[in-house]
Design a protein around this ligand. Structure first.
Ligand code: SAH
Ligand code: SF4
Ligand code: F3S
Length: 440
């Protein structure tokens, strides 16, 4: 019997990369690989990378530098770079780090098995094409292993929006949606393996337009209703949405589909119409606020989450104040804010940049406001009853932790709860990053 080869995958960036890493591990499973938790004993190291901000992209090279010693010790070790840096930089990665054996962009993961074989033959392997096929169909090589209670499922990939700051349309390509039937099959399979909550993923997930059962274009709302019928699937989430693709039927589903969780991540990026226009966002602060009003009419307790960029080229103090005002008005349960990072090849890279010290100061002020809102909402949960899907033991012995329908981390100290249970919990305390509760 041959001993299995060991694969170490490190994942950066967004949830789609997490999903892709799982798919790659399964595909290489067919080549005799099992996953290992440390690079030290690996036969192959794969970095699944992110290109969204400069820091994320540069991390790859410092990480690769650290593997030099391992490669010297074990000349058979193969090193691969996947993900959005692979797509953006391609061959350049091998030029900067000659010890890299394999570079594969997100649209070429179905080629991994043959690429791995190539590296075993001592050759370099590079694939950054955008082929016209469903890579996930070709990646179906799933061992029927048991899974945890939550899973990601990619339904749509790529972006046609071209925000002026963003690399995603270049690294992930044009919007492509998977056929609904394949998604429902995959969801059923996940449920059979223990999954109770599925988060549908897409760079613009609400622009989903895959083929429906009769072959014509489907919508995300229709797909959600199909998944609602899957027995054993208890919770549905989706991310990330674009404000312009929040249709009436999707808003309505938030009010009527009981499996659809009351949490919505809806990035707006800025509260200034002038900046939104320069960002090519094609919505205004006002249209975003009215949209949230309608979503809250459909589902009054929905928890809103957002993304913000501060220090976008030409952002003035007044523009930034508009962002603070918008945040005040929305009242976010969660929000992620980033300092603008210049990305080569994007339109905004050519424009007058904001003084980094000014941007730093704005980021701090925005984050302070967001933290205040987040805390107030968490504190307001005390005394309320939520439903928790338990995922794993908590930090302290005897604790079990999970997520409420609002995506708050909740822990209880109760021996009766098991991983995968969904239970009603009364919140009895709010800590900085989680809520304490007791079973009802
Ligand atoms: N498709 C999603 C996610 C895009 S990336 C969306 O439309 O929101 C996630 C977040 O990273 C973005 O929402 C944005 O806030 C941030 N981001 C993207 N490009 C950036 C850049 N060049 N500098 C700083 N933040 C950026
Ligand atoms: Fe990037 Fe904008 Fe597309 Fe989101 S919508 S992935 S921010 S270009
Ligand atoms: Fe990063 Fe690519 Fe995701 S750039 S955020 S890993 S789509």
């Amino acid at each position: 019997m041959t001993t299995p080869k060991k694969l170490f995958i490190k994942t950066y960036g967004c949830q789609m990369n997490v999903y892709d890493s799982e798919r790659m591990a399964e595909a290489l499973g067919g080549q005799g690989y099992v996953e290992t938790k440390t690079p030290d004993d690996a036969d192959m190291i794969l970095l699944n990378t992110c290109h969204i901000r400069e820091k994320a992209a540069e991390k790859v090279y410092s990480e690769l530098g650290r593997f030099k010693g391992l490669k010297a010790e074990n000349p058979d070790l193969k090193i691969g770079v996947a993900g959005c840096v692979a797509q953006a930089e391609g061959q350049e990665i091998m030029r900067r780090q000659p010890m890299v054996d394999l570079v594969v962009g997100p649209q070429s993961y179905h080629r991994l098995p043959e690429m791995e074989a190539k590296t075993r033959a001592g050759e370099k392997a590079l694939e950054t094409d955008f082929p016209e096929e469903d890579k996930f169909e070709r990646l179906k090589n799933r061992p029927k292993a048991q899974r945890g209670p939550t899973a990601f499922l990619t339904v749509q990939e790529g972006c046609d929006k071209f925000c002026a700051f963003c690399v995603v349309p270049y690294t992930r390509g044009a919007e492509v949606s998977r056929p609904a039937a394949r998604i429902v099959d995959e969801a059923r399979d996940l449920v059979e393996r223990g999954v109770r909550e599925i988060t549908l993923l897409g760079q613009n997930v609400n622009a989903y337009h895959g083929a429906g059962p009769d072959g014509s274009d489907y919508t995300l709302a229709k797909l959600i209703w199909d998944l609602d019928k899957v027995d054993g699937l208890e919770r549905i989430r989706f991310t990330t949405s674009h404000p312009n693709d929040m249709t009436d039927e999707l808003i309505e589903a938030h009010g009527t589909c009981s499996k659809l969780m009351p949490y919505l991540h809806l990035p707006v990026q800025s509260g200034s119409d002038r900046i939104l226009k320069r960002m090519n966002r094609s919505h205004t602060a006002e249209s975003y606020l009215r949209l949230i009003e309608r979503i809250r009419e459909a589902r009054p307790d929905i928890l809103m989450s957002g993304d913000f960029i501060v220090g976008f080229p030409e952002e003035s103090d007044a523009d930034f104040q508009d962002t603070l005002d918008l945040v005040e008005e929305v009242n976010y349960g969660y929000a992620y804010s980033f300092k603008y990072s210049t990305r080569p090849g994007t339109p905004a890279a050519e424009r007058a940049q904001v003084d980094p010290a000014v941007a730093d100061d704005r980021l701090q002020r925005l984050q302070a406001l967001i933290t205040r809102q987040q805390r107030a909402i968490q504190d307001g949960m005390v005394g309320r009853t939520v439903s928790v899907l338990f995922e794993k033991p908590g930090r302290l012995p005897g604790q079990m932790g999970g997520k409420s329908e609002y995506l708050h981390a909740v822990h209880v100290a109760d021996a009766r709860v098991e991983r995968g249970d969904i239970a009603k919990v009364r919140i009895i305390g709010a800590e900085s990053n989680s809520l304490a509760g007791e079973l009802l």
